[in-house]
Ligand binder design. Structure first.
Ligand code: COA
Length: 430
């Protein structure tokens, strides 16, 4: 049977598709801007038909109504990353958190105790050969479809067709719901003086010909703003956003010096504005691959001069980096931070940078602290950490003693907090 016939046979309404999900099953949702929309709405609208359905995802950009209080007997969320829409449910104990490096999530889906019953994903329209692109989210979304017993796809005519190992054939999908939804967009970050200074300090560590990993938000964009005079930069990253577009237009990012996937921008998901989504559509210079390839430290390390830039909540005087929790409160997740810290450290001439404003909560709290808050999880260990950058400077912790580390970190702390950090330093080391 031709793929067009198959396609037509698999078409269902959103309610019919939702009702294919059995009670007590585990459902994985497509990630980030690829979060499915219509089938989720139908699940929530028909909640009484479902009992104890576990909903698994990392970042999700929808409203996440299945996490509301009245959904409790029907749906329970299991988070591998906590975002804005799941923080409250996690805090109130109505949802769970499972720690896992991003690059290992596809492997988790293959394990006996994490069996995936259903994957619900968003796809682009099929091409002439019957292949749909996963569009903006390849990451664990494609691997979830390979692990699941049932694949439900929202074929969205607004989903860009993005290259790479980022396709699925109609024959590998069980049910199709046609949709026409604008993609979720990321609001532009606010870049203030502090972020600009951090960006300038990070730029001092980035040589011409480097390959970059940058996360989401104001600091990564501020770093990019400081790179206008560099040459031949490349991108190998977990995700990128609009911040790279200007540097591509200027020819600063061209991938010419990359030692892996030369001339290509490699990522595992993408999230930004409509401008970004237009740029990536059918663009052969952008390729998405599953996260167990892109974020694997052994892949990352093949990029000479690999630079990773991530952020954190706290760093203690030994260089232990807390990035995902504030005490026992799970604020986000490990995401790809450690994947890139390790991959960059293993790369020839690689550097991993944790870039932070020196304070949090409008200057009331120092992020550089004598002790991490009780209950917080260490994300990047003191053995893995390399550079810490604030608006006050750069601390290279590699090869430094505990005493030297403490000194280097105090030197880049906010001046208002240096005295109390020195009191602790003197207690420990004198
Ligand atoms: N003590 C108490 N509260 C703190 C704090 C601290 N030391 N540090 C931050 N906070 C609060 C802030 O005040 C802010 O709350 P507010 O919005 O009410 O003011 C909140 O926590 C978020 O802090 P902020 O640093 O502004 O968040 P961010 O959006 O820049 O994200 C991380 C920072 C660390 C949470 C984020 O980078 C992350 O999740 N990292 C781990 C995953 C990762 O690195 N992935 C890899 C690449 S995508």
């Amino acid at each position: 049977m031709g793929w067009r016939q198959l396609y037509n046979r698999k078409l269902l309404s959103k309610k019919e598709a939702a009702l294919k999900i059995a009670s007590n099953s585990r459902v994985v949702l497509g990630h980030a801007a690829g979060t499915p929309v219509d089938v989720i709405d139908a699940m929530v609208d028909n909640k009484e038909k479902f009992k104890n359905v576990e909903i698994v995802h990392m970042l999700s950009l929808g409203e996440g109504k299945y996490m509301n209080e009245d959904m409790e007997p029907h749906f329970r969320h299991n988070a591998i990353f906590v975002g804005g829409n799941s923080r409250k449910a996690i805090k109130e104990g109505r949802a769970d958190y499972t720690p896992c490096f991003f690059y290992e999530v596809p492997r988790l889906f293959k394990e006996e105790n994490f069996k995936v019953d259903v994957a619900i994903v968003q796809l682009s329209k099929p091409d002439n050969h019957g292949y749909c692109s996963f569009g903006v989210s390849c990451d664990y979304t494609k691997p979830a479809t390979e692990a699941a017993d049932i694949v439900i796809a929202e074929v969205n005519d607004k989903m860009p067709r993005v290259m790479g190992e980022n396709f699925i054939h109609i024959s590998d999908i069980d049910y199709i719901v046609e949709t026409s939804n604008e993609l979720y967009e990321l609001p532009a970050p606010n870049i203030g003086d502090v972020e600009k200074k951090i960006g300038e300090n990070c730029a001092k560590l980035i040589d011409d010909g480097s390959t970059l990993q940058l996360g989401i938000g104001a600091i990564p964009d501020a770093v990019l703003m400081s790179l206008g005079e560099k040459k031949d930069l490349g991108v190998h990253t977990e995700m990128f956003s609009d911040g790279v577009l200007e540097l591509i237009e200027k020819g600063v990012i061209n991938g010419k010096a990359k030692t892996l996937h030369k001339n290509k921008m490699i990522s595992t998901f993408l999230m930004g504005s409509k401008k970004l989504y237009e740029f990536i559509d059918n663009n052969p210079s952008v390729e998405l691959y599953p996260v167990d390839y892109v974020n694997h430290p052994c892949t990352i390390m093949k990029n000479d001069k690999m630079i990773s830039i991530n952020s954190c909540i706290q760093v203690d005087l030994m260089g232990q980096v807390v990035s995902e929790s504030i005490g026992l409160n799970q604020f986000s997740g490990v995401g790809g931070q450690v994947d890139y810290v390790r991959g960059s450290s293993m790369a020839r001439e690689g550097k991993s940078i944790i870039a932070i404003p020196s304070t949090a909560s409008k200057g009331r709290i120092s992020r550089i602290v004598p002790f991490i808050t009780e209950g917080s999880a260490v994300t990047t260990s003191r053995n893995d950490v390399h550079y810490i950058v604030t608006e006050y400077g750069i601390a290279n912790l590699r090869g430094k003693t505990l005493k030297e580390r403490a000194k280097a970190l105090i030197n880049i702390a906010h001046p208002d907090f240096r005295k109390e950090l020195e009191v602790e330093y003197n207690k420990r080391f004198k």
